[in-house]
Every structure is written in structure tokens, then in C-alpha cells.
Write a protein that binds this ligand. Structure first.
Ligand SMILES: Nc1ncnc2c1ncn2[C@@H]1O[C@H](COP(=O)(O)OP(=O)(O)OP(=O)(O)O)[C@@H](O)[C@H]1O
Ligand SMILES: [Mg+2]
Length: 338
């Protein structure tokens, strides 16, 4: 177009058909049109790029939840805290069964310890109670109500969990602890932090309760994150309490101190404690020994020791209170730290 306009208007001017002014107007106008047309096509490219980005984003956001509340789900309140597994079958992947017809009843107010080798299904047991997954068949019943008939919001509001690896939000420590109970005052948060033995290390950080913890809490050590999670649970005060190796990242002195607090917190609640260190669960009301998704032993510490079975062997093997890690299941995080 540039060359054509130039050539054509030059020849017209040559013939005297147009003046010099016409020539200038024609060529500069055509140059302008060309550059605007180029701009326009660039903008179109950008627009389609943005449309693509937005479509991707929307698709990610509107992804339906795999587990949704049933229409008739009710926000049942848990008063007793009795947990029943009835013939539960569960597998993460088809063909690799974790639980087969598992039936367990945990009475209201009972404090139960779960032990077993790595991969025996302890965390899965806990996840099923929290309805992170639905079993393929069978029922999980809390206080006589199938948890699928309960709204997930109500279920999660009434169960406290200290997970194996607690992660925090990239907010201040104050907000992270308050996540346990959103309407708690600053004083209540600090009181809970004191009970969880978190106050001292928080006070040592420059901005105290107002310091940010980094994505997922990376600026804190594992044990510090656990203490924040424990403070949350103290604040939440739910009728069912689940601890998945809640004190595994703590040194023995802090652990002993927190154990005393936890014993107070556990008062009058149904408690499930997953532990590799048998000493942390030996004093509980009941101990379930898991092996490959089955409960192979069930009883109190002294009963299980007297029966001389798997628990007895584990107890004998524990030098400093740790479970030996199976050779084919090496997991560094579970090796004794010393
Ligand atoms: N999200 C998952 N997807 C597929 N398989 C899984 C998943 N989580 C766990 N498993 C498998 O289910 C089995 C039970 O795992 P689970 O996490 O319940 O063990 P665990 O007893 O808690 O072990 P640990 O003591 O190491 O925490 C294991 O064989 C594991 O490989
Ligand atoms: Mg686990």
C-alpha cells in the first residue's frame, strides 16, 4: 500500500493532475491508516490472549467440588462425640484397597491412640472422619448420624484437627491462631498461644503477633507451626479432637510441656491421637494397632502389653519411644532425630 500510494500519487503529480499539497496529504494519510491498521490487529491479538486467560481462570474457579453436601444435609450438632465405622471399604486407587470392611466404634469421651507402621492407614482413618474422602461403601456415623447427612461446614466446625504437617496462611500470627475461632478477641488468642507454649517464641520475633509467616508458614520451624496449630485447636474447643502426630516435630522438653496442656484440652472430648512414639499414647483409654488397613489389636496399654502381640513387640523395640521404620518403607522424616 505504501509503495503503491507513493508511486500512484507521484505519477499523478508528474502529470500535473494533483498539486504538491494533495500529494503530501494523500501519502501521509495512507501512512497513518497503515500504522493504525497494524495497531488494531495487534490489539485483536491481545484481546484474544486475554479472553483465553480469563476462560482458563474461570474454568479453574468453577471446578465443581468432588464432595458436595446432600440436598437434605443438616447442620447436626455433635454433643456426644461417638464415632462409628460400619463396614467401611475405602481405596484411593482402584485395586489398592486401604480399608476392607473396617468396623470400629469409638465411644463418646474416649481417648484413643492409633499406632501402626507408616502407610498402615492411620491418616486415612482420620481423613475419612473429616470426610476429606467418601468411602466406597459402608458408613461413618457420628452421634448416630451418617456424616454424609451432615453439612460439611457443621462437621468441620465440630472437629479439631492438628495435621501431620500443619500449614499456615500468609497472614499475621494473630490471624493464623484466630482461624480456630474467628470471633476470638486478641486476649483470647494470646491466652491460647500461652497454653500452646507458642507465646514465648512469638514474643521473640520482631513484630510479635503481627509478623507475617510466609507462604504456608515457611518462616517458622515445623515445631513452631505445630504449636500454632495447637493454639488454634485450644481456641476452637470442639467436641472431637484429632491429633495426627501433633507433637512429632517438638523437642522432648517442649513436647512434655505441651502434652500436659493437651491432656487438659482432651478433657471430656473424644480424642484420636495418631503417634509413632508410643510413649505419647500409652496413657490413653484405648489403643488401636493398625496393620495394612486392619485393626489387629484393640485394648488399653496394659492389656496389649499383657497379650504379648504386635503392640508388645513394638513397645519392646522402641529404644527412645520411636517406632522402627520398615526397611522397605524408608521415610526420613520418621527416623529418630538423634
Ligand atoms: N492421596 C493418596 N492417594 C493415593 N494413595 C494414598 C493417598 N494417601 C495415602 N495413600 C496410600 O494409602 C495408604 C495409607 O496411607 P496413610 O497416609 O493413611 O498411612 P499412615 O498410617 O498415616 O502413615 P504415616 O505413619 O506415614 O503417616 C498408603 O499405602 C498410602 O500409600
Ligand atoms: Mg499419616
Amino acid at each position: 500500500m505504501k509503495v503503491g500510494t507513493l508511486y500512484y500519487s507521484l505519477s499523478l503529480w508528474n502529470q500535473g493532475a494533483i498539486t504538491a499539497a494533495d500529494f503530501v496529504v494523500a501519502t501521509s494519510l495512507s501512512l497513518l491508516i497503515i500504522s493504525e491498521a497494524r495497531n488494531l490487529s495487534r490489539r485483536f491479538l491481545e484481546i484474544f490472549e486475554h479472553i483465553g486467560n480469563i476462560a482458563n481462570g474461570v474454568l479453574t474457579i468453577i471446578q465443581p467440588h468432588e464432595l458436595i453436601d446432600q440436598d437434605e444435609a443438616i447442620a447436626h450438632s455433635i454433643t456426644q462425640g461417638k464415632i462409628e465405622f460400619r463396614l467401611v471399604n475405602f481405596s484411593y486407587l482402584e485395586g489398592k484397597q486401604v480399608f476392607q470392611n473396617l468396623s470400629v466404634t469409638i465411644q463418646s469421651g474416649q481417648r484413643v491412640g492409633l499406632v501402626g507402621f507408616s502407610g498402615s492407614g492411620k491418616s486415612t482413618f482420620v481423613n475419612l472422619i473429616l470426610r476429606v474422602f467418601d468411602p466406597q461403601s459402608g458408613q461413618i456415623i457420628i452421634d448416630g448420624v451418617d456424616i454424609r447427612d451432615m453439612t460439611q461446614e457443621a462437621l468441620h466446625a465440630q472437629i479439631s484437627l492438628i495435621p501431620q504437617d500443619p500449614s499456615l496462611f500468609h497472614r499475621t500470627l494473630m490471624e493464623n491462631i484466630r482461624y480456630g475461632r474467628l470471633d476470638a478477641t486478641d486476649e483470647e488468642v494470646i491466652k491460647a498461644a500461652r497454653k500452646a507454649h507458642a507465646h514465648d517464641f512469638i514474643a521473640q520475633i520482631k513484630e510479635g503477633y503481627h509478623s507475617l509467616v510466609g507462604e504456608r508458614g515457611v518462616k517458622l520451624s515445623g515445631g513452631q507451626r505445630q504449636r500454632i496449630a495447637i493454639a488454634r485447636v485450644i481456641l476452637k474447643d470442639a467436641p472431637i479432637l484429632i491429633l495426627d502426630e501433633a507433637t512429632s516435630s517438638l523437642d522432648s522438653i517442649t513436647e512434655k510441656a505441651i502434652q500436659d496442656t493437651l491432656d487438659l484440652v482432651m478433657n471430656e472430648k473424644t480424642v484420636i491421637v495418631v503417634a509413632h512414639r508410643l510413649s505419647t499414647i500409652a496413657h490413653l483409654d484405648r489403643i488401636l494397632v493398625f496393620d495394612q488397613g486392619r485393626v489387629i489389636e484393640d485394648g488399653t496399654h496394659s492389656q496389649l502389653l499383657a497379650s504379648g502381640g504386635a503392640y508388645y513387640k513394638l513397645w519392646k523395640m522402641q529404644a527412645g519411644g520411636f517406632l522402627p521404620v520398615k526397611a522397605n518403607n524408608q521415610n526420613v522424616s520418621e527416623l529418630p532425630t538423634r
